[in-house]
Design a protein around this ligand. Structure first.
Ligand SMILES: [Zn+2]
Length: 257
């Protein structure tokens, strides 16, 4: 009924209770989740989780903008090999972060472009991390994929203009826990959701980070994606079940599940 399109459930913070966490997800109606594997080691971990929980966990692999300087030919080769496995449904996360990443912008752009090229070559959707970086991301997507590309604008944290910009590029906007936060600074994210239609949107946790209200401050987990979807239903004045179903259809469409 719900798909969490972005989680890091391979992290060792889940080693003690991973099976219980899957049970809680199932109880909350979350029957699918994408494990985003970040290189150097996350890709193999995501793949092994997807194999251990088939039909429930799907895998992705990419080089996060924080780690952009690590991407070399060997790592790209490893990505290509991993992405040929049927459990791999998405490439990333990749992108640009002008707030927290230490790698210079040019290094981030080069790593992003190489991964976008790979996704295009393999005809796979991408998961993009863009933090205060929409114009950079937009330019690179247009350069590498002039016809636009497909995938998720992950953990969307901008406003109406950027949301519509992603949509124009062919992307589906992925909302995480911030949309549930009462802070004024999160109002533009809610405005963006109102400006989009339910067909344009998926939900994610980005677990273990960014737990939504009322779990804010705790370790996040896929079950909590329900709180984010509930807030979207309230913003759209729609039935919660309808929003759960529509965002799930959108996730399945992009991921070709
Ligand atoms: Zn993430």
């Amino acid at each position: 009924m719900l798909i969490d399109t972005h989680s890091h459930i391979n992290f060792d913070s889940y080693d003690e209770d991973r099976d219980a966490m899957f049970d809680r997800a199932a109880d909350a109606g979350v029957d699918g989740m994408v494990c985003i594997g970040m290189l150097p080691t996350g890709g193999r971990e995501a793949l092994s989780l997807a194999r251990r929980y088939p039909g429930r966990v799907y895998a992705s692999v990419g080089v996060h903008p924080y780690d952009a300087a690590l991407l070399d030919e060997a790592m790209l080769g490893e990505m290509r090999a991993l992405l040929r496995e049927p459990e791999m449904v998405l490439v990333g996360e990749m992108g640009i972060d002008t707030v927290k990443a230490e790698a210079p912008l040019a290094v981030q752009e080069a790593a992003f472009a190489r991964q976008l090229e790979l996704a295009r070559e393999l005809d796979l959707p991408v998961c993009i991390h863009s933090r205060d970086a929409f114009p950079h991301c937009e330019r690179l997507v247009r350069e590498v994929c002039p016809e636009g590309w497909k995938g998720f604008a992950h953990c969307f944290s901008d406003g109406v203009e950027e949301a519509l910009g992603w949509k124009a590029l062919g992307f589906t906007i992925s909302f995480a826990g911030q949309i549930t936060f009462k802070n004024k600074s999160c109002d533009p994210i809610r405005d963006a959701a109102r400006a989009l239609s339910p067909e344009d949107v998926v939900v994610e946790t980005d677990a273990p980070f960014l737990a939504p209200t009322p779990h804010r401050g705790q370790r996040n987990e896929p079950a909590f994606v329900r709180e984010t979807a509930k807030v979207l239903a309230a913003l759209w004045e729609m039935d919660e079940a309808e929003v759960f179903a529509q965002t799930t259809r959108n996730a399945r469409r992009v991921l070709q599940l």
